[in-house]
Design a protein around this ligand. Structure first.
Ligand code: GAL
Length: 380
């Protein structure tokens, strides 16, 4: 009799577990809606990016609080096998309590991205760091490293980048012309544009290193990794090569679209071409996305108009790009990840994930209320 009761109890427990799992299980994306993790809580991984490793996707992002955009906790990590259902893996990189630490509680940590280095078997995280109490003036790139995807990540360093190096696509003449910012105090004038194009801010920052704000990372098929970031007062994007261990910059970098004001870079590669979707520069407010295309990571990159189509396209469907995820096991399947920021209640920020479609060989984005990965098998 006792045995029978235990069996019934076990049976009920299993049914209950299955029911709980099923009730949280999702099989589609609903852009802009609350997206619950395995605990039933809205995912807190803003400005994020994804790395795929040994059968699992790992999503890293900014932990946001209710009233503040500052880093009070750190970088979060979630894992998933199917891209719909995410398990909260906790804090991958913790802010530090030591007031002297560069990543002290209250600093600004934005747009974290993680890549895996096959040679060193380490996971390497880069992020945009601003120092506590200094607004957005530092413009540092932070680096952290871990043996495990989920962390904990050890903070390695943070600084401006490529100090002492000129971009490889800056002409010899422009390198010689020592332009000075005090001669171009009035922005957006024709002579100012020309000076920016000629490397005004590269000269200003040549000794201390170039500014590195909104950013992403990209690992090419040959294992070479790149750091792509908004530099030169957010006016110009840089694509910079990383060392073989991914922990530092090699000094080889290019400038893209000088004075083009591109932020929030996100990229993917298809049929040997590189596509980068960016935003304009309007803070937390959305604006129209842009598209840049190249045959080579080191350029030349050509700028194209907004890839978004339809209602809401002029504001990127009220969102800003952060990453593009290649879907494993599906050919040419890429998901555009973007943030719908809520600066007054940052924790409430929503995620806009849309499939990248192709029309006349160019990527396009269209709004969808609900979609699933089988969309890629049969795009409409
Ligand atoms: C945005 C940027 C965000 C954040 C914000 C601060 O333009 O993409 O990552 O830095 O500005 O205002």
């Amino acid at each position: 009799m006792k045995k029978r009761n235990i069996s019934i109890l076990l049976f009920l427990i299993i049914i209950n577990c299955l029911f709980t799992l099923h009730s949280f299980s999702q099989n589609h994306f609903t852009p802009g809606e609350i997206w619950k993790d395995n605990n039933g809580v809205h995912i807190n991984a803003h400005g994020g990016g994804i790395v795929y490793h040994n059968g699992k996707y790992y999503w890293f992002g900014e932990h946001k609080g209710e009233n503040s955009n500052a880093a009070l906790v750190g970088v979060t990590c979630y894992s998933s096998k199917d891209l719909y259902n995410w398990k909260n893996e906790g804090i991958a990189l913790n802010v530090e309590n030591d007031e002297n630490s560069l990543i002290t509680k209250g600093s600004i940590i934005e747009r974290p991205k993680v890549i895996y280095n096959k040679k060193t078997k380490k996971f390497v995280m880069y992020f945009h760091l601003e120092l506590k109490g200094r607004g957005y003036e530092a413009a540092y790139a932070g680096v952290a490293v871990s043996d495990k995807a989920t962390g904990p990540y050890q903070f390695v360093k943070a600084s401006r980048v490529n100090a002492g190096y000129y971009p490889i696509n800056m002409s010899k003449d422009s390198r010689r012309d020592r332009l000075k910012t005090e001669d171009y105090k009035e922005w957006w004038k024709p002579d100012w544009y020309k000076a920016v194009d000629d490397g005004l801010f590269i000269h200003r920052d040549i000794i201390g290193g170039q500014m590195a704000r909104d950013m992403t990372l990209y690992v090419d098929d040959d294992g070479k990794a790149y750091h792509i970031y908004s530099s030169e007062e957010n006016l110009t994007l840089h694509v910079a090569e990383l060392s073989d261990d991914y922990l530092s910059h090699t000094g080889k970098y290019i400038r893209i679209d000088p004075a083009g004001h591109n932020e929030a870079p996100a990229l993917f590669k298809k049929d040997g071409k590189y596509y980068m979707i960016t935003s304009g520069c309007t803070g937390w407010d959305p604006n129209a996305a842009r598209l840049l295309v190249a045959d080579n990571m080191m350029g030349e990159w050509k700028r194209y108009p907004n890839p978004c189509i339809g209602e809401g396209a002029d504001l990127t469907f009220h969102s800003q790009s952060t990453y593009i995820v290649p879907v494993q096991g599906k050919k040419d399947a890429f998901i555009f990840m973007a943030d719908r920021w809520r600066p007054k209640d940052p924790i409430d920020g929503q995620y806009i994930w849309l499939p990248i479609q192709f029309e006349n060989g160019m990527p396009v984005l269209k709004w969808m209320d609900k979609w699933a990965l089988d969309f890629f098998d049969n795009p409409k």
